[in-house]
Design a binder for this molecule. Structure first.
Ligand SMILES: [Zn+2]
Ligand SMILES: [Zn+2]
Length: 247
């Protein structure tokens, strides 16, 4: 069984189409054996995003909850084909983990492969971004090999998203192609639930089957070891993972 130590894309009731509090999410994370969880509610372009104060006030949340280390992050929206996010540098500075994703509700340009590919390539150059979120849906076609090559070049983690491959059109089929390429190109990945309910935190049955079918190397799945993520966060943002409120 593939046991994650870190789930790095989850939502709380701060996004109104999610249904659990951060306390409930952390308890569920502890119960499922996680050592680390990132909460990543939606950036402001999403119709049900929290107010920006949600991110500004992150300092009051402890570093550890129910024995699980917390990264207080965001799922920021890529809003064009130039790699622009819906949060500026100052707002992103309040966040400790940044997943960058395309969502149909947050873009108005024609979703053509050449433009989506360019958007992903540009977002790879964004220094605040840690993860390229769910790039496998039919809604955002792109040149996977070109995008993955940029992810590798700029050190962005490619996400295999359990929720996406379960619910989004084409995502499972496309994920087989994307993660076969990640294996071939040796691109590091993270497997996240994108849980919108506490019962789903840390549970990845479909992703596990897909990775098993591909004989995907565990050494490329960065969040099988929470220490690897904590090292990244420490190096990039100076987070110390010691006392309850240490930053
Ligand atoms: Zn998303
Ligand atoms: Zn999400």
């Amino acid at each position: 069984m593939l046991q994650l130590q870190a789930d790095l894309h989850t939502h709380t009731i701060a996004s109104t189409h999610a249904y659990s509090t951060v306390t409930e999410m952390a308890q569920a994370a502890a119960e499922t054996g996680l050592r680390l969880m990132a909460i990543t509610d939606h950036g402001p372009a999403s119709p049900d995003a929290p107010h920006l104060w949600h991110f500004h006030n992150y300092k009051i949340l402890p570093r550890r909850l129910s024995g699980v280390w917390l990264l207080k992050g965001v799922e920021a929206n890529i809003i064009d084909d130039q790699g622009t996010l819906d949060m500026d540098e100052k707002e992103l500075s309040f966040c400790e983990w940044v997943v960058a994703s395309y969502h149909t509700s947050c873009v108005s340009f024609p979703r053509e492969s050449v433009r989506i590919t360019q958007g992903y390539r540009k977002i790879c150059e964004h220094p605040a971004v840690d993860v390229i979120g769910h790039c496998t849906t039919d809604a955002f076609p792109c040149d996977y090999r070109a995008v993955l090559s940029c992810c590798k070049e700029y050190g962005k983690l490619v996400e295999l998203n359990e929720s996406s491959i379960q619910w989004k059109a084409g995502a499972m089929k496309n994920a087989r192609e994307v993660f076969a390429l990640c294996k071939q190109m040796e691109v590091p990945i993270v497997v996240n639930t994108d849980a919108h309910f506490s019962g789903l935190v840390g549970k990845i049955p479909l992703a596990e089957q897909l990775l098993s079918d591909l004989a995907f190397p565990h050494s490329l799945i960065v969040n099988l070891d929470a220490d690897r993520i904590m090292e990244l966060a420490a190096k990039k943002r100076g987070i110390r993972f010691s006392g309850a409120y240490d930053n």
